[in-house]
Design a protein around this ligand. Structure first.
Ligand SMILES: C[S@@+](CC[C@H](N)C(=O)[O-])C[C@H]1O[C@@H](n2cnc3c(N)ncnc32)[C@H](O)[C@@H]1O
Length: 280
């Protein structure tokens, strides 16, 4: 699964963009670019955030909300669970330890290679699958629960297709819970400093954020949806939206994640959690 990267890296080990653009990016283009980007970024991402994520822990978001406290998935013991965009798979290992029968899926071989190492190191060997959330290699109605902590959904062009796939593999009565970038972040600068909080682009402009290489090829894409877009996509996939959770910053937590910081988190939301159910 390991995929050596051919992208140039910056001093912190992340892919160094040749340029940044706001331009359309299609479904296949987005998946291919993000797979390559996450392959390249995996070591730096996990060096920066691996301690906070843990090896067998379920952190929903930089605000510090953990499934052990939030219980958004309900009872997981004995349930068959799919984690989408698992990265190094700490959430899947936490679920396994809590008694779930879990499958961890990610598009990036680089991330899954680290997940395999942590499977060995922890002795909690969750099955790992390399696939795009838009084409899940699972049978219809084969899982009780699906979850995602910032995995895949913020990066896909066809979120309606991805949610339809999740709905397909859920059994009737099953649940899907996913954390994504809070849409409120989109028009604000990518800075943890609350002094930088000002609107620099339109909340309503869905043109993707694209990083390019020296030859103007797409190497990273983020797709924006408004709150209304998310609700429409969930309902359009045949799911019931039970709750929208906007986690507040955990008191005493000092860990920063890019623009997420305690000071900024005290003022504006950074994460939206979609709590959905498939009608029984
Ligand atoms: C911000 S990381 C989150 C990983 C993990 N859930 C965590 O909390 O660290 C985003 C993950 O989404 C994965 N991803 C991006 N696009 C995807 C897609 N189309 N299908 C599945 N996974 C995808 C990336 O490879 C990466 O591992």
């Amino acid at each position: 699964m390991d995929t050596p990267s051919d992208l140039p890296l910056d001093d912190a080990g992340y892919p160094a963009p040749g340029g940044v653009a706001r331009r359309p990016a299609g479904a296949a283009e987005s998946v291919a670019a993000n797979r390559r980007w996450w392959d390249a970024a995996a070591p730096a991402y996990l060096a920066e955030h691996g301690t906070d994520l843990g090896d067998a822990d379920f952190l929903w978001c930089p605000e510090g909300l953990r499934e052990a406290d939030a219980h958004l998935l309900g009872d997981v013991a004995g349930r068959r669970v799919l984690e989408v965009g698992c990265g190094s798979a700490p959430c899947a290992r936490w679920l396994r330890r809590a008694g779930a029968d879990v499958v961890a899926l990610d598009v990036s071989g680089g991330m899954l290679a680290r997940a395999a190492e942590l499977n060995s190191a922890t002795g909690i060997a969750v099955p790992l699958v390399q696939a795009d959330v838009g084409a899940l290699p699972l049978s219809a109605a084969s899982v009780d629960l699906a979850c995602s902590a910032f995995g895949g959904l913020p990066f896909v062009a066809d979120v309606e297709g991805a949610l339809a796939e999740v709905a397909r593999v859920l059994r009737p009565g099953g649940r899907f819970v996913a954390s994504v970038n809070h849409p409120f972040r989109w028009p604000l600068p990518d800075s943890p400093d609350p002094g930088d909080l000002r609107v620099v682009s339109s909340y309503f402009d869905r043109t993707p954020y694209v990083e390019t290489d020296e030859d103007d090829r797409t190497v990273y894409v983020e797709h924006h949806r408004t709150v209304g877009d998310w609700v429409r996509a969930v309902v359009g996939a045949g799911l019931v939206l039970e709750e929208l959770v906007e986690p507040e910053w955990t008191p005493g937590r000092t860990q920063e994640w890019g623009q997420w910081s305690p000071a900024r988190g005290a003022l504006v939301p950074g994460t939206l959690i979609l709590v959905c159910a498939k009608p029984g």
